[in-house]
Design a protein around this ligand. Structure first.
Ligand code: PLP
Length: 452
């Protein structure tokens, strides 16, 4: 009675539904339909328990940047497990994998983001950020500077801190109070909310909501602004070009910390090492996770600039940390992942070759009658499904059902695309080839045809 890949799918699904509570999933649906059982993967292709080959255009959950099946990462993990499977980084101890990864991150991160506080995930890292910025301002003699401004429809994780920072009502209305002192301004989603404004003017108007919020709460009360360079889980909302420079100006003018949540955008996803490089901004703190280890091991962290780190370091104990902060196996895997990204020049290849190829094909999807706008930055893209392109209309009744249906068609056609409402999104592994992109597009078009 060994449970293995060789068991019939229905038996695996039955056991799964009986004992496994899944994130963001209705348990009753699992019992009814069963979950898809993924058994192995190589490159960009998944194999399921019925032997189907599925092109994973979501890199798992936006994380498998270097693709599946890289032996070097398995070896790095095994080596580290043999040598030192665990030791903590609390109370004046450290180890070589954490030292080496921290030095490497300082080398590749922009500006003087020379310090890293590790976590096990992006959510935990954002929890760190809440404490870190409030602690920083308190140490600077401004304890009332504790308001953090975020955006509607942002995703910053699923912990109580991450969910409070995020701007998705579904994450917040769950009977648990959100952390006080976090306020939200509008997301820069021109397609849905731009009305008659040009994208440029709309971008400026959205950014200036930050200035309004600072004035409303009091410039000496606002600690930080947090945003994803490109909103990912919200539907790959690419801001107009005018947006981020104006946000940077406002943060500079009022001296508030800028936190770039790079959990999705980091490590090559935008065709640059970080989304902040792509957007030309200089964050004081960056949240990192996912692509840091290409998802091969759970690890996240906060990259922190010299000034903030110095204030926090000089203030005595920072009463914060996780058992797995700087886990040696996760650090060793992340280090090997970064070596591969650098030595194989994967980010450069995305920027110069693969992203332009994908962008060309992806934007042609607007020829399809169901597709309104198509947006793409590097290797993350979205299409808005619409009943009326000219009016930028949404499917009013049952928002999200067309997207859900399309996602189902994709899966049946051997393609993982995700839907956020009626937006379809992709974020394929950075190592996808041109011919695999052709397959992705063919399967997407077929699925759109079947949805239309
Ligand atoms: N921040 C962003 C921008 C994310 O997209 C996510 C996850 O999708 C998180 C934070 C949370 O990361 P994790 O799921 O590793 O906790």
């Amino acid at each position: 009675n060994v449970i293995s890949n060789h068991m019939p799918t229905a038996d695996l699904q039955r056991l799964d539904a009986a004992h496994h509570m899944h994130p963001f999933t209705a348990g009753s649906e699992l019992a009814e339909k069963g979950a898809r059982v993924i058994t192995s993967a190589k490159g960009v292709m998944l194999t399921d328990s019925d032997g189907h080959q599925i092109l994973d255009a979501m890199s798992g959950l936006w994380c498998v940047n270097i693709g599946y099946g890289r032996e070097e990462l398995a070896e790095a993990a095994a080596r580290q497990m043999r040598e030192l499977p665990y030791y903590n980084t609390f109370f004046q101890t450290t180890h070589v994998p954490a030292i080496a990864l921290s030095a490497k991150l300082a080398e590749i991160a922009p500006r003087d983001l020379n310090h890293v506080f590790y976590a096990g995930s992006g959510s935990e890292a954002n929890d760190t950020n809440i404490r870190l910025v409030r602690h920083y301002w308190a140490q600077k003699g401004q304890p009332d500077r504790n308001i953090i401004i975020s955006r509607t429809n942002a995703y910053h994780g699923s912990t109580l801190g991450g969910g409070s920072l995020g701007g998705m009502s579904g994450m917040q209305n769950q009977g648990v109070p959100v952390i006080p002192g976090i306020h939200h301004i509008d997301q820069p989603d021109w397609w849905s909310e731009g009305g008659d404004m040009s994208p440029h003017d709309f971008g400026l108007a959205c950014a200036r909501q930050l200035e309004d919020a600072i004035k409303q709460h009091g410039p000496d009360r606002v600690a930080a602004f947090i945003g994803e360079p490109v909103q990912g889980a919200g539907g790959v909302i690419v801001p107009p070009d005018s947006y981020w420079p104006e946000i940077q100006r406002i943060c500079d003018d009022y001296g508030i910390l800028l936190i770039a949540d790079e959990v999705i955008c980091g490590f090559g996803r935008t065709g640059h090492w970080f989304g902040s490089d792509y957007m030309g901004i200089r964050p004081d703190i960056m949240t990192i996770a996912k692509g840091l280890s290409s998802g091969y091991a759970p690890i996240g962290g906060s990259l922190v600039c010299d000034e903030v780190a110095q204030v926090v370091n000089d203030a005595g104990d920072f009463n914060h940390g996780y058992t797995y902060s700087g886990h040696p196996v996760a650090c060793a895997v992340a280090l090997e992942n970064l070596r591969i990204l650098q030595e194989e020049r994967i980010v450069e290849n995305v920027c110069n070759k693969i992203a332009p190829y994908l962008a060309d094909k992806w934007t042609q999807l607007t020829d399809h009658p169901l597709v309104g706008e198509a947006k793409i930055v590097g290797m993350m893209g979205s299409i808005a499904l619409t009943p009326d392109k000219a009016a930028r209309a949404k499917f009013k009744a049952d928002a999200g059902t067309v997207g859900l249906h399309c996602r189902g068609r994709c899966f049946d056609n051997g393609l993982v695309m995700r839907h956020v409402g009626d937006r379809m999104i992709i974020a394929p592994p950075l190592v996808i080839t041109e011919s695999e992109i052709d397959t992705l597009i063919d399967r997407a078009v077929q699925s759109l045809d079947e949805t239309y």
